[in-house]
Write a protein that binds this ligand. Structure first.
Ligand code: NAD
Length: 285
């Protein structure tokens, strides 16, 4: 068996076309504010990509690029100003922040209705209590969307997620549980990981260990989603041994060209959601 490749680039392009149509019909332009502190090269590239993607579907995206030494208070002041600016619909702070800054306090200072990264505790609480108004982090949403597009639905499937971070593993576990999967979360201290993944209908690798998931870790016919982004000898690769795992899986995502492009698209989708909900609230007020 050779797996069918789940083409994240194509899926993202199709979804972005749908988003562009919706944005074109709005009376005003949704606006995403991105805060970038310092000069981390990868972060600068990520944020430029977000801006390009937003502008390509007719959204506005402003990058607030602050000095590496920016003090906590100055950053909090900027967020306060963006929170009260009604022309701004979504706010994200690019992580990781320089070490002198308190990321938790920064994230919690973002108005939860503008928290389009879904990293704040309020939105996490909504997600964990299966409340549909939760703003859900983009990567878990991208994974769910790709699974639904590929499998139809995920009801009753056993999903094993490798990784328990706050931005991928944990919110994804809640999201899949809310969609009636049976969910196992594995992590760096999990014993017999390969046996656990071999029992899964869906394996999601989100651990940042290049090529960790091997062919004999995967049940024949399973679906494999690779969230990992690693650089080995200058080349991008995921957490799955793609060339060999694709011989046993039914469906598999590549790296690059899998979850990555879908993640940016889901961030834009969240910005549109935030815009619509803010406008609805204004009309009801
Ligand atoms: P993280 O470092 O915060 O968390 C990694 C998790 O993997 C931890 O919970 C850890 O317990 C687990 N882990 C580490 N080694 C393991 C091992 N040998 N066996 C089992 N579990 C192990 O990372 P993160 O922010 O969740 O990101 C994970 C990966 O996904 C990274 O490669 C990151 O670059 C990538 N990522 C991709 C996207 C995207 O859009 N494609 C978005 C976010 C993160």
């Amino acid at each position: 068996m050779t797996a069918q490749i789940i083409d994240g680039k194509l899926m993202a392009q199709q979804l972005r076309e749908q988003l562009a149509q919706k944005v074109a019909e709005l009376p005003t332009v949704p606006h995403l504010a991105v805060i970038l502190v310092g000069n981390d090269e990868a972060s600068i590239i990520y944020d430029r990509n977000k801006q390009k993607a937003a502008e390509a579907i007719g959204m506005k995206c402003t990058i607030h690029h602050l000095d590496e030494q920016t003090p906590q208070d100055q950053l909090l002041d900027l967020i306060k100003q963006l929170n009260s600016d009604s022309s701004v619909n979504g706010i994200i702070v690019q992580m990781p922040l320089p070490k002198h800054l308190n990321s938790e306090q920064i994230i919690e200072s973002i108005d939860h209705t503008k928290d389009v990264d879904g990293f704040g505790i309020y939105n996490i609480g909504l997600l964990h209590s299966n409340n549909s108004s939760a703003m859900v982090a983009a990567t878990p949403q991208a994974v769910l969307y790709m699974l639904q597009q590929t499998l139809g639905d995920v009801v009753g499937k056993h999903a094993v997620i490798i990784g328990r971070s706050n931005i991928v593993g944990r919110p994804l576990a809640s999201l899949l549980l809310n969609h009636h999967c049976t969910v196992t979360i594995a992590h760096s201290k999990t014993v017999n990981l390969s046996q656990i993944t071999a029992s899964a209908d869906i394996v999601v690798a989100a651990c940042g260990v290049a090529g960790l998931v091997k062919k004999d870790w995967v049940k024949p016919g399973a679906t494999v989603i690779d969230v990992g982004i690693n650089r080995v000898n200058g080349k991008l690769c995921g957490d799955v041994d793609f060339e060999n795992v694709k011989e046993v899986a039914s469906y598999i995502t590549p790296v690059p060209g899998g979850v990555g492009p879908m993640t940016v698209t889901m961030l834009l989708n969240n910005t549109l959601q935030a815009y619509l909900e803010q406008n609805q609230r204004e009309q009801n007020a």
